[in-house]
Write a protein that binds this ligand. Structure first.
Ligand SMILES: [Zn+2]
Length: 57
């Protein structure tokens, strides 16, 4: 499972987050990702780090 350093609203710090691609969201143009903080377990939806770069490939 991919891990990204993202800001956690509950930890109030940048922590390691598990990245979970949402299967239902793959075909939408916004492709939100679900992040789960490894420190506190809080889940949140965030845009990808570089959504514009993905369309180049
Ligand atoms: Zn957290």
């Amino acid at each position: 499972m991919p891990v990204e350093k993202r800001f956690c609203d509950r930890c109030m710090a940048r922590t390691a987050h598990d990245v979970m691609e949402e299967p239902d969201a793959i075909y939408t143009y916004k492709r939100r990702r679900k992040y789960r903080c490894q420190e506190c377990g809080k889940t949140s939806f965030k845009r990808g780090l570089r959504p514009s770069a993905e369309s180049v490939y």
